[in-house]
Structures are given as structure tokens and as C-alpha cells.
Ligand binder design. Structure first.
Ligand code: FES
Length: 103
């Protein structure tokens, strides 16, 4: 496997008025996650990248973490530190932000 952790952040922008994640959130989230991962200096190969629609638009903003395929939704930028600290570093999923079929 190329990466130990691969994070896909939805940066899809839909037409005005439709629930989605937004390019703005996606870009800011990717930058924040990359910075946090870099600062953590983890002994893991981690890639954080923008993605298109993850097909969970009603629960966006959203991201997915592989290889396990964990989906988080209803995010804001402040929650991203927790995702790195708890999920990526400690391996503990954040129950409050897991999407329905994850809990
Ligand atoms: S627009 Fe983000 S999941 Fe669809």
C-alpha cells in the first residue's frame, strides 16, 4: 500500500442552494490537515488531498479516511485537529462525526 493513511476531503461545489461541502471548505481543510500532519511528525506515510463529491452531500462538509474507509460528516475547520489527534494518531474514531453507516 502506497500510504498508511489517505485522507480525501470533499471540495465539491454544487449549484447555489444545494447542500454540499464547498470548494472553500475543501481547500481550507486540506491545508489545515496537511499542516497538522506535518507538525505531528508521525512515522506514517500520510496523504491528504482534495476530492470530488463523496456522495454524502446531505451530511457535508465531509471527508473519508482510507484504508479503512471511515467517513466523517457535518464537519467544520475546528474539528479537523480532533480528526488528526484522535483518528490518525490514536486510531480512535470520533463517534460524534461518523456518518450513519459508520456508527
Ligand atoms: S458535495 Fe461533498 S459529499 Fe457531495
Amino acid at each position: 500500500m502506497k500510504y498508511d493513511v489517505h485522507v480525501f476531503v470533499c471540495a465539491n461545489q454544487k449549484a447555489e442552494g444545494k447542500k454540499c461541502c464547498t470548494e472553500t471548505f475543501g481547500n481550507e481543510a486540506v491545508a489545515k490537515l496537511r499542516q497538522k500532519v506535518k507538525e505531528a511528525k508521525l512515522p506514517l506515510k500520510i496523504r491528504v488531498q482534495k476530492a470530488g463529491c463523496l456522495d454524502v452531500c446531505q451530511q457535508g462538509p465531509a471527508l473519508a479516511i482510507y484504508p479503512e474507509g471511515t467517513f466523517y460528516g457535518n464537519l467544520n475547520l475546528e474539528m479537523l485537529d480532533q480528526i488528526v489527534d484522535e483518528h490518525i494518531i490514536k486510531g480512535q474514531k470520533l463517534a460524534a462525526h461518523l456518518l450513519e453507516d459508520e456508527s
